[in-house]
Design a protein around this ligand. Structure first.
Ligand SMILES: Nc1nc2c(c(=O)[nH]1)N[C@@H](CN(C=O)c1ccc(C(=O)N[C@@H](CCC(=O)O)C(=O)O)cc1)CN2
Ligand SMILES: NCC(=O)N[C@@H]1O[C@H](COP(=O)([O-])[O-])[C@@H](O)[C@H]1O
Length: 215
């Protein structure tokens, strides 16, 4: 089975990118990150990629008249690396239908909430403001509906009485760095399909290594 070719899209720090790079280097994921693309030239994730010897590209959305024009260029750039899987890792642009359709079934996103709760932005603060006692993270296939695609795996994170958005985000990040590599590993082992209705993982944080959940 050949290595899964991953193209990762970022906009910021790239800690999830780093988790995936690490998982590829440890052979947890039978794949390689062949390129990292950012819409922001100051994304620290670009430094992480360069340090790992990975191709990097910056495609700023600010130089395009419309979202659609940007996405035509972005789709072409992604395609140029011949990916098996496109991984959105803190990529902060809403993707237009044509691009989503082009990579249908081979584009994943990680979202910091227990979808379908809190689609969109500022999820940690929204959960705190709502006085929720649990928050978390979801890995899902990307569809036209923003953060509405089929969920593959979730991890729950309790909200503590003295939590701020930052302290909560830190604990959510810890679970992100476990479940995203795991889902990408499952994809690299050809064990995921958009049509399946995967179990939503409950309560306990995942073990760091190789749980086997998909059917
Ligand atoms: N068609 C889809 N596009 C994207 C999805 C998706 O599921 N379907 N997931 C998002 C990721 N995301 C949350 O997980 C998200 C990213 C960005 C935004 C957003 O409102 N972006 C604004 C700009 C915000 C900024 O620049 O800070 C915008 O694009 O106008 C919401 C949710 C990735 N895309
Ligand atoms: N709506 C998308 C979204 O908010 N994604 C979130 O952006 C962060 C990126 O962190 P990273 O750059 O350190 O991986 C992550 O917490 C991810 O869940």
């Amino acid at each position: 089975m050949s290595n899964t070719r991953l193209v990762v899209l970022i906009s910021g720090s790239g800690s999830n990118l780093q988790a995936i790079i690490n998982a590829c280097q440890s052979n947890q994921i039978k794949g390689e990150v062949v390129a990292v693309i950012s819409n922001k030239d100051n994304a620290y994730g670009l430094t992480r990629a360069a340090n790992a010897g990975i191709n990097t590209r910056v495609l700023s959305h600010k130089t395009f008249a419309t979202r659609e024009d940007y996405d035509v260029e972005l789709a072409s750039l992604i395609d140029s690396f011949n990916p098996d899987l496109v991984v959105l890792a803190g990529f902060m642009r809403i993707l237009s239908p044509d691009l989503v359709q082009k990579f249908n079934g081979k584009m994943l996103n990680i979202h910091p909430s227990l979808l379908p709760k809190y689609q969109g932005l500022n999820t940690h603060q929204r959960a705190i403001d709502a006085k929720d006692d649990v928050h978390g993270v979801s890995v899902h296939f990307v569809t036209e509906e923003l953060d509405g695609g089929p969920v593959v795996l979730q991890a729950k994170v309790p909200i503590l009485a003295d939590d701020t958005a930052d302290t909560l985000a830190q604990r959510v990040h810890e679970q992100e760095h476990i479940i995203y590599p795991l889902v990408v590993q499952w994809f690299s082992e050809h064990r995921l399909t958009m049509e399946a209705d995967y179990a939503i993982f409950d309560d306990q944080p995942l073990p760091a290594q190789g749980a086997t959940y998909p059917k």
